[in-house]
Design a protein around this ligand. Structure first.
Ligand SMILES: [Zn+2]
Length: 161
């Protein structure tokens, strides 16, 4: 498992859902280093001319100069950053967003009568039938979830504030 102190980088420059990277991901090192980010708009211009004929040339007006910035996210903060997707290059060892804190999972074989009437992310549970082949959960909507042993039913959970 990932240590509790692990932190990741959420690339907020990307289109949502933002991409989550490991800190050592090669595709995000410009943000880790804080590289200068210069967007040329106005070209260069002569800022100063010296007696010996040398010129000091700098970015012209309209040049936007900023630095890349890494947006660090601790593993305990993942639940609060909203939807994200995992970078394919570094494949951080975290669940694919949306974050797991939004649902609590219960294994199919542990469902019991006390779960009747509970509302899953798919709908309210009307019937639970355990059989050799697995568990069939029937929802009040008529939808049936066919679950193998170890598969889970997701119940919405309130997000932490
Ligand atoms: Zn990455």
């Amino acid at each position: 498992m990932v240590p509790e102190t692990a932190r990741f980088i959420l690339n907020r420059n990307s289109e949502p859902p933002h991409v989550l990277h490991r800190e050592d991901c090669p595709t995000i090192q410009h943000q880790v280093r804080g590289d200068a980010r210069i967007e040329q708009a106005g070209g260069v211009e002569v800022l100063e001319t010296y007696e010996d004929g040398l010129e000091l040339v700098g970015p012209g007006d309209g040049t936007h100069r900023s630095h890349y910035q890494a947006s660090y996210v601790g593993i305990d903060e993942l639940a609060t950053v909203g939807r994200y997707r995992r970078c394919k290059a570094c494949a951080p060892d975290v669940p694919e967003g949306p974050p797991p804190a939004q649902v609590s999972l219960k294994k199919a074989e542990t469902l019991s009568a006390s779960d009747l009437g509970r509302v899953t992310v798919d709908g309210e549970i009307e019937r639970i039938k355990h059989a050799k082949a697995g568990t069939v959960v029937t929802l009040t909507t008529g939808k049936r979830l066919q679950l193998q042993e170890g598969e889970t039913v997701a119940f919405p959970r309130k997000l932490r504030e």
